[in-house]
Write a protein that binds this ligand. Structure first.
Ligand code: M6R
Length: 616
């Protein structure tokens, strides 16, 4: 969950490191630090608890001398609280070498005991410092950073990306990865390492993906990748499709505000290039029909918002492709001995492509013989690289911790996949596919209409509700995962207790929560395309209204049946049931953002969270 950057080249590295860290800060923001080998060959470091700005201010007041080799880190604390001492880099070998780390070194306490017994001392509570001290000891033995690094990482267990530099070898940064991300940026006379391409996209779009258990050494002119034993390995080049501007705030008050405004584009871009003559053709899936014909079930695995996208996708996959689908939280899936095999397709969904729970579940599924397909938003990420097939969402970089545009892009990708699988398995006619495609293609414009007509009203309404202590969200059918998503978003960024329920479940217990004034958001199905469900939900509204609930209905334009029972109505355009979630979620994203803003909270970097959850 930490962000990592490394640089070697002719330019002063400090600004490059700090601006890379600014783009990686979404990965963790408890503390930040840099280490730079300066022109005199000495190692300068600075690290501070708090957000990156604290480090920036410190460096502005007391600059480090310039150097052209450096590493930088932004932290999400695991071992040891967010203090200056626990911030990275960690030093060793008489402060001549510096190490930064993302992940968890599981055998750190055994290693620490070994080092303490040899007389080494420690200045922090972190697992990372153990790796630094071990590296220092190995360096003393070999006098070669790459060799010492190889000996060090071979002793480590767990998940890690580590970068290191040594004062006596300026112009060299070494890195290693195991179950944690690391990519290489190739410049002209300079090279970069980063947790993801955001670290260096403003300098180069040429990148190399590194595999598991590999070590990389970069100098200004050379990039060498080996496995942990030192044998050379092939690396996969790719071009970064995002430009640096896409990862900037671009005048918006927050990344979340920008990303919500990009929801129409995220859907449109995910469809782009995958529809020809009204039919779905996903280039990445060409020649992979047997992935879909030889299966008898699909299991969707994901976490958080991505899992809610999966729950929505289940309805489409079952309705269009006629395959049974289960949706499961990735961290639960792996530990219950699931019944899977060669006739199971496991579809993982992840914006970052690095979520450890999801990654481990994908690996588990592969080892059990299942086929795997990844829906992912981030090029070069680990989960797609571990999967048999990939369908990328094209939402562009998502920086705010709260996932918004990625959610609608994930549903869109699932719908395209469902139509594709429906065709390959002969469950859908071309006409039926063309009909659904035209509905999907209409979604971006409809989302834009929701934003244009409702955003101001919802923000105002959220402002009035700033003192609310608890909110309930209800939905049925595809509205149920949307209710869960609305509740998650509110908890996550406004720290208000929120719960999402299936509306039909209410009378089985949750209705006891309703007391006068309790705000309840209700996803109301379309009266024209789902009259039966609409009637049921209107009855549910009456039941809770009779008990004093304050109803906020998310309802289709023209639905007058809800008016007598709703205190507020947030309107969405007319759509067939399966397309309603893509519209109904938009007011909920705007509401959560509006409420957090009204409470004066940082909507992009909520407390205790990080964008990429790379620990289990
Ligand atoms: O990167 P991923 O899509 O795998 O992340 C999964 C969840 O951690 C993520 O969706 C999380 O729930 C969001 N912060 C919710 O807004």
């Amino acid at each position: 969950m930490c962000g990592i950057i490394g640089y070697v080249g002719p330019r002063p590295s400090q600004d490059i490191l700090i601006s890379g860290l600014a783009r990686l800060e979404y990965r963790g923001y408890d503390s930040a630090g840099i280490a730079v080998i300066d022109g005199e060959g000495s190692l300068g470091t600075r690290k501070r608890a708090g957000k990156l700005q604290v480090l920036r201010d410190d460096l502005a007041a007391h600059p480090l001398t310039d150097g052209t080799t450096g590493i930088g880190h932004t932290r999400w604390a695991t071992h040891g609280g967010p203090t200056d001492a626990n911030a990275h880099p960690h030093l060793a070998d008489d402060d001549k070498l510096a190490v930064i780390h993302n992940g968890i070194i599981e055998n750190f306490s055994e290693l620490k005991s070994e080092l303490v017994a040899e007389g080494y001392t420690f200045r922090s509570e972190t697992d990372t410092e153990v790796a630094a001290v071990l590296l220092g000891r190995e360096y003393q033995a070999s006098g070669d950073l790459t060799q010492a690094f190889r000996a060090t990482v071979s002793r480590l267990e767990g998940a890690f990306t580590l970068l290191a530099l040594h004062r006596d070898q300026p112009g060299l940064v070494v890195g290693a990865r195991r179950n944690s991300p690391l990519v290489i940026g190739l410049g002209d006379g300079e090279n970069f390492l980063g947790s993801d391409v955001a670290a260096f996209v403003e300098h180069t779009r040429h990148a190399l993906a590194i595999g598991q258990d590999e070590i990389v050494a970069i100098t200004p002119q050379e990039v060498t990748v080996t496995d942990f034993s030192g044998a050379a390995v092939e690396v996969e080049p790719f071009e970064v499709v995002w430009d640096a501007a896409a990862a900037d705030k671009g005048g918006w008050s927050s990344f979340m505000a920008k990303e919500v405004s990009e929801e129409p584009e995220a859907v449109a871009n995910t469809i782009r290039g995958r529809v020809h003559d009204g039919l779905v053709q996903i280039p990445e899936l060409e020649g992979l029909d047997e992935l879909f014909t030889g299966i008898d079930r699909i299991i969707v695995i994901a976490c958080g918002t991505a899992a809610y996208a999966g729950m929505v996708g289940k309805y489409a996959l079952e309705q269009w492709a006629r395959v049974p689908v289960d949706v499961e939280l990735a961290h639960e899936f792996r530990y219950r001995d699931p019944v899977i095999g060669a006739r199971t397709l496991v579809v993982s969904i992840s914006q970052s492509g690095e979520t450890m729970d999801t990654l481990m579940a994908v690996k588990y599924a592969r080892e059990a013989g299942a086929k795997t397909l990844s829906i992912c938003n981030t090029q070069g990420a680990t989960i797609p690289r571990e999967s048999d097939a990939i369908v990328y969402t094209h939402a562009g970089p998502e920086v705010a911790v709260a996932s918004t545009k990625a959610f609608v892009a994930q549903i869109t990708a699932l719908y395209l996949l469902a139509l594709h699988v429906g065709r390959v398995r002969g469950a859908l006619t071309d006409d039926a596919i063309a009909e659904q495609v035209s509905q999907l293609e209409a979604v971006p414009e409809k989302i834009a209409r929701v934003l244009a007509s409702e955003q101001e009203h919802i923000e105002q309404f959220a402002h009035w509700m700033a003192d609310t202590r608890s909110v309930i969200f209800l939905g049925r059918h595809v509205g149920y995962p949307i209710a869960l998503e609305g509740a998650l978003k509110l908890k996550e960024i406004s720290y208000i207790h929120a719960e999402g329920f299936a509306a039909g479940e209410l009378k089985h217990g949750p209705i006891a929560l309703i007391e006068p004034g309790q705000p309840v958001f209700v996803m109301v199905p379309s009266p024209t395309s789902s009259p039966l469900l609409h009637a049921k939900v209107v009855s549910n509204i009456q039941e809770i209204r009779a008990r004093g609930a304050r109803i906020i209905a998310v309802a289709e334009e023209g639905d007058a049946a809800v008016l007598p029972f709703a205190d507020e109505v947030l309107r969405i355009p007319l759509a067939e049931p399966l397309f309603e979630p893509l519209l109904a979620v938009v007011p909920l994203h705007v509401f959560a953002m509006g409420l957090a803003t009204a409470k004066g909270l940082d909507v992009d970097q909520p407390r205790n969270l990080a964008k990429s959850v790379t620990v289990e």
